[in-house]
Design a protein around this ligand. Structure first.
Ligand SMILES: C[S@@+](CC[C@H](N)C(=O)[O-])C[C@H]1O[C@@H](n2cnc3c(N)ncnc32)[C@H](O)[C@@H]1O
Length: 315
């Protein structure tokens, strides 16, 4: 496995805040944390170095990321276990004996994925793939060449918040009548020709983000992850859930789930008086999201839209 050790292929965001979130693990004997988005293993490495008793179960749906992480984390031996999986099904993979005290998810795309031209995530790519999981059926090329105008419009407006989404969807379908769209480069040119800049953003940035979210069902994955955590709350007593997101729609989903959990009554419907504890909450949600400092953003511009939220289940 080749990578530059001086300049790692991915710079983890908000690492200090992640370490502080899981500081409480220090007082546990053999705590286990689930890293739902191992990526290059940057967060996991920092956690394993800081907390010598910690064991990590690391998952990623990208086999290439998983292989790089295995290499990057080889010094920790059996303190890390690796699984190729989507995080929506991660909790069902774990054996019931692993009592998790931490769940970390740093959702979205890694720099390794963005920078590898063969993956088709960036404008300059001659490919148009964008799948995080190379075993999944639908890539960006299939989606862009088969979706109807209204399906494309919905993807571009909901996930990219593109104002001229109908115009762009129509232009894509018109272009397809001549020939299929086969590269990211071709798509980026088509976007630039048909829609104007929004704020200071290149419109192709928004269109690519929208397509990537659709190809990987990123919002559905997040919702299913949150549902599975909620469904397993009785075995997560005292655990902290820390999620870093990069898109306002994702942050909204996380904020609303945490808010719901922190209010929720878990008593059976026939119980007249609530018996499930103070304020009926499953735990406490952080009030405000944690965001990177200007210094972190200056050093790593991909950190600029990161937002981290934390929920702690009651003991
Ligand atoms: C931002 S990177 C994580 C970087 C990592 N925290 C680090 O410090 O090196 C996100 C990773 O999550 C993975 N990923 C995204 N959505 C996923 C999902 N639904 N299930 C599993 N892995 C996912 C991507 O393949 C990518 O490798």
């Amino acid at each position: 496995m080749q990578y530059d050790t001086i300049k790692p292929p991915h710079t983890s965001v908000l690492t200090q805040a992640v370490l502080e979130t899981f500081l409480f693990l220090k007082s546990h004997k053999n705590p286990t944390l689930l890293d739902c988005t191992l990526g290059f293993g940057g967060h996991t490495k920092a956690l394993l170095q800081a907390y010598p008793n910690l064991r990590v179960i690391g998952i990623d749906r990208d086999i290439q990321a998983l292989n790089l992480a295995k290499h990057n984390l080889s010094e920790f031996g059996n303190r890390v276990e690796f699984f190729k999986s989507s995080f929506s099904s991660a909790l069902s993979l774990l054996d019931s004996k692993s009592h998790l005290l931490g769940i970390l998810a740093d959702i979205g795309v890694s720099s390794m994925q963005l920078d590898d031209k063969s993956r088709g995530f960036s404008f300059e790519s001659d490919n148009l793939d964008m799948r995080m999981d190379l075993d999944s059926q639908t890539d960006a090329k299939i989606l862009i060449n088969s979706a109807s105008v209204s399906e494309l419009e919905k993807i571009l407006s909901s996930f990219g918040e593109i104002r001229e989404s109908r115009k762009l969807a129509q232009a894509i379908v018109e272009f397809r009548k001549q020939k299929p769209i086969t590269s990211a480069r071709e798509l980026a040119t088509l976007v630039a020709k048909n829609i104007s800049r929004q704020k200071s953003l290149n419109p192709a940035t928004l269109a690519f983000q929208a397509l990537r979210i659709a190809v990987n069902d990123e919002l559905g994955e997040l919702e299913r992850l949150l549902d599975s955590i909620h469904d397993n709350h009785t075995s997560l007593k005292g655990a902290k859930v820390c999620i870093i997101s990069f898109h306002s729609l994702e942050d909204r989903i996380i904020k609303s789930a945490f808010k719901q959990w922190s209010k929720e009554c878990i008593c059976l419907p026939h119980v007249m008086k609530c018996e499930c504890g103070a304020n009926n909450a499953l735990g406490i949600a952080s009030k405000k999201p944690i965001i990177p400092s200007p210094q972190e953003i200056a050093a790593n511009k991909r950190a600029r839209s990161a937002k981290m939220r934390v929920f702690q289940f009651k003991n």
